[in-house]
Write a protein that binds this ligand. Structure first.
Ligand code: ADP
Length: 170
């Protein structure tokens, strides 16, 4: 149904693609979870470049090199922290996916990998986050030739199941 979208279970730092997305925080100076894993795998030059960016607003995105990663670029996006759902969290999460895809297209990226933004320590409900992610990726790809392929890289089976379910629904 969606030949340009796939869902896999794996480690995003190991993906060979044009760009991986980092579920960052607004400082862009590193953190735990996938952010920590990406900085460890990329090496200290990534943090040095991030320091020049002076942070990023929630729902927006900024791009850097990939350094020691197999990906050429890292697109950093701070997802919303879940505070009950009445504080713009769904719109901000949708904006993360749109902002990342727009930056990727602008840089000519053909292949982009996303982690499950905001569903770790930011506690966005997984099923709702997956539905928003798939909806936004579908809508963007329907209007743009790039990226050609988008992969959701899920760290665990529960996360993969949620994105598989969202992809199966229309
Ligand atoms: P957030 O602060 O946006 O919630 P987290 O890093 O805490 O970000 O979690 C986001 C998702 O990334 C979670 O599903 C977590 O399991 C996952 N994750 C953690 N490490 C990796 C990794 N190396 N590759 C892919 N996903 C990862």
């Amino acid at each position: 149904m969606d030949p340009r979208i796939s869902v896999i279970q794996g480690d995003i730092t190991r993906q060979t693609c044009d760009a991986i997305v980092n579920a960052a925080n607004t400082s862009l100076l590193g953190g735990g979870g996938v952010d920590g894993a990406i900085h460890r795998a990329a090496g200290p030059d990534l943090l040095a470049e991030c320091r020049t960016l002076h942070g990023c607003d929630t729902g927006k995105a900024k791009i850097t090199g990939g350094y020691r990663l197999p990906a050429s670029y890292v697109i950093h996006t701070p997802g919303p922290i879940w505070r009950g759902g009445e504080n713009g969290e769904p719109d901000l999460l949708a904006s993360c996916y749109r902002s990342c895809l727009a930056l990727a297209a602008e840089k000519g990226c053909k292949t982009v990998c996303f982690p499950s933004i905001s569903t770790g320590v930011y506690h966005f409900p997984l099923a709702q986050a997956a539905a928003i992610a798939i909806r936004e990726i579908r809508a963007f790809l329907a209007e743009h030739p790039l990226p050609e392929q988008v992969t959701m890289v899920c760290f665990d089976a529960k996360t993969k199941a949620a994105y598989d379910k969202a992809l199966a629904e229309r």
